[in-house]
Ligand binder design. Structure first.
Ligand code: PLP
Length: 377
């Protein structure tokens, strides 16, 4: 089994020996026998039956050896940062990473005596920022909200040459479209709240990598907690069975919509790596098997963004992303609300910029909804 569609459905699934059902049984106990079992199972030891099944499926999809299922994406990110960085260390982050991660680094690292730099999304800039105390290179690709792309094989090469751990938040691409471990990156993080859950009704996360890395993180994971219960794990397993199907459709839809927006009256610019004029197109085509379900576009100056959002009939203005339903947001009001206007301007994030998380609806319906809302027809 190597095909992602097959792995999404079957990897990790355990036989239901009680009734012969085709699904993994849900074993909800948090208390387990310790006298007659080789290993005591407990949710916060990350070793209950339903947790393990999902880890197995995610490892198969990400080509990882082991992983930990967490209660949110930020729980996974926090664990990685507290588990790999110590007083006196240095870390390199790229600009444009998830706001919560940026906030974590700024709010927590200095207080722990850990130095860090944010550098532009470019492998040469990353290399130049590394010192002999650098222990972690932390990246995202594609990024939010301009869907910029970073050459991951180049980043992995830099990290390996210097003996530094490399990690990526792979939430936007999902394991279906991008496998950073196969490109040489050491650790993959997901906010499972997004594509992995996929129905905007779960909050979870995952950290995946080598057995050695995950083993080194376990003591901190036990101390800090951040595990999920069996019901959430089972719901996530159910959701993951359609991951390949959903993401493929979302990616196909996004390309269709990006092309429609690219020539639409009232749209000044479209940011989507599937468009040949996108600066990251060639790298994305090389390291991803599809361009993803996320895209942004800039409205013409005479269009009021909020009025445009209110005219939409199918597409819902909402935060978060990755669900089966298409959602839209204005980053200056949502993901970048806490960032100064000047900094937003510097990054190209103006009030005219809108971000779409494309769902699985008929692409044509979505394009019509956008066209009507943009020009108030
Ligand atoms: C949402 C998100 C996170 C945080 O995940 P939570 O599940 O909300 O904690 C991290 N990274 C990216 C790219 C995200 O979109």
């Amino acid at each position: 089994m190597t095909n992602k569609a097959t792995l999404s459905v079957h990897a990790g699934t355990r036989q239901d020996t009680v009734s012969g059902g085709v699904n993994t049984p849900l074993i909800a106990s948090s208390a387990h026998d310790y006298l007659n079992q080789p290993e005591v199972r407990y949710p916060r030891y990350f070793n209950t039956f339903n947790q393990q099944v999902v880890v197995e499926k995610l490892c198969a999809l990400e080509q990882a050896e082991d992983g930990l299922l967490m209660s949110s994406g930020m729980a996974a990110i926090s664990l990685l940062l507290v588990g790999t960085l110590q007083h006196g260390d240095h870390a390199v982050f790229v600009e444009g990473i998830y706001g919560g991660t940026q906030d974590w680094a700024i709010g927590e690292l200095a207080a722990r005596g850990i130095e860090f730099d944010f550098v532009p999304l470019d492998s040469n800039a990353i290399d130049a920022a590394c010192t002999d105390r650098t222990r972690l290179i932390y990246v995202e690709s594609p990024t939010n909200p301009l869907i910029d792309v970073l050459d991951l094989a180049a980043v992995a090469g830099i990290a390996q040459a210097r003996g530094i751990l490399s990690a990526i938040d792979n939430t936007f691409a999902s394991p279906i479209l991008q496998n950073p471990i196969a490109l040489g990156i050491d650790c993959v993080i997901h906010s499972g709240t997004k594509y992995l859950g996929g129905h905007s009704d779960l909050c979870c996360g995952a950290i995946l990598g080598s057995q050695e890395l995950i083993r080194s993180l376990r003591p901190k994971a036990y101390r800090y907690g951040g595990s999920i219960n069996a019901q959430c794990a089972a719901l996530l397993e159910r959701s993951l069975k359609t991951l390949a199907l959903r993401v493929q459709r979302q990616s196909d839809n996004a390309l269709h919509i990006a092309q429609a927006l690219d020539t639409m009256d009232g749209v000044d610019q479209v940011y989507y790596p599937g468009l040949t004029h996108h600066p990251g197109h060639r790298i994305a085509a090389r390291q991803m098997s599809g361009f993803g379900g996320m895209l942004s576009f800039r409205l013409a100056p005479d269009i009021d963004p909020e009025a445009c959002l209110r005219r939409l009939e199918i597409i819902a203005p909402a935060v978060s992303l990755g669900g089966v339903e298409t959602t839209i947001c204005q980053p200056v009001q949502t993901s970048h609300a806490k960032i100064s206007r000047q900094e937003c301007e510097r990054l190209g994030i103006t009030p005219q910029l809108l971000r779409l998380s494309v769902g699985i609806e008929a692409a044509e319906d979505l394009a019509i909804d956008l066209r009507r809302a943009i020009r108030a027809q």
